[in-house]
Design a protein around this ligand. Sequence first.
Ligand SMILES: [Zn+2]
Length: 61
Amino acid sequence: MNETSGTCCIICGQLKDMGIHIVTEFICEACEFEIVRTDVKDEKYPFFVHQLKQIWVQNNV
Ligand SMILES: [Zn+2]
């Protein structure tokens, strides 16, 4: 077991082992769950959208 391994989640910024990779970015399963259950009317939703947009911006320069 290597506890120092992990990938930096673009949403929460923490190193996590479990999650999904979207293109070159990583979203931990906790944040993925948050995004999925967040309603578009929720005040957190624009934040998630903003974070996710960075993926597309980085890959469309
Ligand atoms: Zn996260």
